[in-house]
Design a protein around this ligand. Structure first.
Ligand code: GLA
Ligand code: GLA
Ligand code: GLA
Length: 684
């Protein structure tokens, strides 16, 4: 990881601190409702087992109605009311959405797109991460909040801004240009270094003074790729620097209160390198929304597992997900029976110690009025609210798992923001490549094979795993290549794929044939890529079908075995999947995109690595297993991936959630459709 990790500090529960508990609650936006509703809110929260809420996230205009007036009375009242009812507050710094008076007085804080369009007020997050004017006003608010609530007994954590970068990660304004130049000076020291890194000999781009350098604004053709990559790095860093600025004010005034901010490890949200951000806060929080599609639940599990590893395996906070539909997809479908509890417990299974929602009470007005809440428009007498209460009771029954950590799997999938950013830049052999989808497909294949896999940052120590899959590991600086080589030489099984090992950290090609940094380790050489057209597929002799990509592989090392051959297409008769044994380890290469066809390959890999499944073969692929642990116990989460009942035989352990069909210690665990069981077992 990038910097010295700060110690993990969890919520400062107001009273009875020693009692373990899982957090349960929501974003609470009382300013959207008349005061009479507040008492009703708190009554319902108590009945549902809510113990924490996030308050004031979008309250700036209410708290500071003009530059020089403040209105804290309503928030004082809310803080007191919540505290009197035993509900802790994760208090937002309220800076996420600047008020109209500020943007009217200072339109120079508004972000600008690559095309030069201003993002005007009217929605939210219309601020430049690098604006000194915005920062001055925002930090004044943070300071005022921290001074006012420092000693409030409800205050249990600080919530910096909200989803930093959700709508404003890429700002191309003049402020951004200035800050980008400072960032580049820091990175390269000299213009010669920058010119080399950016390859500016190409297309007459050589810079002779720093102030000639701009963000990659709308250009006449493909903007310089390294400029684009550095702008992505810079934009993530600019928000990180803003996060630190708020955090530093909070740490100065309330050193005992932990600081977090809600990440968005979900779907295609790729602007913020959260691996790099994680050390800046006291505990990691994440927001996750289910994306429609056949891999919806796998994607949730993937995101949760990755979030846990970004948090170093320690507990993290699920700050937001939804009780049912959202409002921002093209079509917003309600959750099916079982989904709400299963989604929540899947996050817990991968290390979440708090399960919260956006939002408590479904809005009556505004852009999110069709977004579900814990109290829907239909009110307390509704299926959603009844399920919320059931979930509150279930989380109560799991209190003892609070503080337990992710128990590592024996297989890992490497996930790397640099490779994500770089592999998807324009002017590539195939612009349909989707980095995260490839990683998710591998994760789905492990789920289908019934073997646990972790999703871990490429920067983390992966040497303890038996199998490491590095899909599309495109950017490979020398040190990473050496670590992977050492992993294989120590007996590890490495798998990598097409478009891996191709460039260094400057996006310069590793010369001599592909896959560059891994050619020797894999014992293969490729002279040209052979991407496949949209809809074009090629058959492999093992019955699989490849898409997106293919390659004419030449085997250069006599020990290499060909696991599958291309049967059709230009590459027909050439190797498609190769494996080079290295001592007791191996290096495998997959030269095409197999998508849902990865499962048989994963199984054969697992056989080679002697990694059996943890659950009986009868439930393989139907049930996901995730494991948390303490020094004494393991907590096994059995998650039904299907919409049918599944019976799991032969698994011992005390049932904390779920049921067995009989009284014997290994009686069948009966999983309802989309159901979850949690078992406590002695540590293995
Ligand atoms: C994000 C935001 C919330 C809300 C939800 C809707 O998570 O943080 O304010 O907009 O999305 O899904
Ligand atoms: C045109 C341009 C060249 C080069 C090629 C690439 O011909 O003149 O500079 O960009 O396209 O196909
Ligand atoms: C994120 C946010 C949501 C919404 C969507 C739009 O997921 O959390 O509030 O803005 O993006 O795509």
């Amino acid at each position: 990881m990038s910097s010295t990790p700060t110690p993990h500090r969890w919520l400062r529960w107001p009273e009875d601190r020693a009692t373990p508990r899982l957090g349960f609650g929501a974003d609470y936006n009382p300013e959207q409702w008349p005061r009479e509703v507040w008492a009703e809110d708190v009554r319902l929260m108590r009945a549902a087992g809510v113990n924490i809420v996030s308050v004031a996230i979008f309250s700036w205009a209410r708290l500071q109605p003009t530059a020089d007036t403040w209105d804290f009375a309503w928030l004082d009242e809310i803080m007191d009311l919540l505290h009197a009812n035993g509900i802790a507050v994760d208090l937002a710094t309220a800076t996420a959405s600047p008020p109209p008076w500020l943007t009217t007085a200072h339109p120079e804080i508004l972000p600008v797109t690559a095309n030069g369009e201003t993002l005007w007020p009217g929605a939210r997050q219309h601020w430049r991460p690098t604006s000194p004017v915005f920062r001055e006003h925002a930090l004044r608010l943070v300071r005022t909040m921290a001074e006012r609530y420092a000693d409030h007994p409800a205050l249990t954590a600080w919530h910096v801004s909200n989803e930093l970068g959700c709508h404003n990660v890429y700002d191309f304004s003049d402020d951004a240009a200035d800050a980008f130049r400072d960032w580049l000076r820091e990175r390269y020291s000299t213009l010669d270094e920058l010119n080399h890194a950016w390859g500016t000999a190409f297309w007459s781009q050589r810079y002779s003074a720093w102030d000639q350098i701009l963000p990659p604004r709308l250009a006449a053709s493909h903007p310089n790729p390294t400029q684009q990559l550095d702008f992505k790095r810079f934009s993530s860093d600019a928000l990180k620097s803003y996060l630190r600025a708020e955090r530093d004010v909070l740490r100065e005034l309330t050193p005992d209160v932990p600081v977090t901010t809600n990440f968005m490890v979900m779907g295609e949200t790729k602007g913020m390198d959260y691996v790099d951000w994680a050390d800046e806060i006291d505990f990691v929080s994440n927001d996750h929304y289910v994306l429609p599609g056949v891999q919806a639940h796998d994607e949730l599990s993937f995101s949760a597992n990755l979030t846990g590893h970004i948090a170093g395996g320690l507990p993290w906070f699920l700050m937001e997900h939804s009780t049912s539909a959202v409002n921002w997809q093209p079509i917003n479908v309600a959750k099916k029976p079982g989904d709400l509890v299963r989604d929540s417990l899947t996050h817990v299974a991968h290390g979440a110690d708090a399960v919260c929602f956006f939002q408590w009470r479904q809005s009556r007005a505004g852009a999110e009025k069709y977004h579900s809440g814990m109290v829907p428009h239909a009110g307390e007498d509704s299926e959603v609210h009844r399920t919320v209460r059931e979930l509150g009771a279930t989380l109560g029954a799991l209190a003892e798992i609070a503080g337990s950590e992710q128990v590592p799997a024996r297989a890992a999938i490497l996930f790397d923001w640099e490779s994500w950013w770089t592999s998807e830049l324009d002017s590539h052999p195939n612009n349909s490549l989707r980095y995260r989808q490839e990683a998710l497909d591998w994760y789905s294949a492990f789920l289908a094979a019934g073997v646990r896999a972790d999703v871990v940052p490429a920067r983390s120590d992966f040497s303890g795993y038996d199998v490491v899959v590095a899909p599309v590991l495109h950017v490979v600086p020398g040190a990473l290549a050496e670590r992977l080589q050492a992993f294989v030489e120590a007996g590890g099984h490495l798998v990598t794929t097409y478009f891996s090992g191709i460039v260094d950290q400057n996006d310069h090609i590793h010369l001599g044939g592909y896959p560059g940094a891994f050619s020797d380790l894999l014992g293969i050489r490729v002279e040209e890529f052979a991407p496949l057209l949209e809809g074009e597929t090629v058959l492999l002799d093992d019955g699989n079908e490849g898409s997106l990509w293919s390659e004419p592989i030449t085997v250069t090392d006599a020990s290499v075995e060909v696991l599958a051959w291309y049967k059709t297409g230009e590459q027909g008769g050439r190797p498609a999947i190769t494996r080079r044994p290295v001592g007791s380890g191996s290096a495998t290469y997959v030269s095409t995109r197999l998508g849902t066809g990865l499962e048989p390959l994963v199984r054969s890999l697992l056989d080679d690595a002697h990694l059996p499944g943890d659950l009986p073969a009868t439930v393989r692929g139907k049930v996901e297993l995730a494991v948390r642990g303490t020094a004494e116990h393991e907590f096994w989460f059995l998650i039904n991936r299907t919409a049918e009942q599944v019976d799991v035989d032969g698994v011992t352990g005390d049932v904390l959630v779920g049921r067995r069909s009989g009284g014997a210690p290994d009686a069948t665990v009966v999983l309802a459709p989309r159901g979850v069981a949690v078992l406590r077992r002695p540590k293995a």
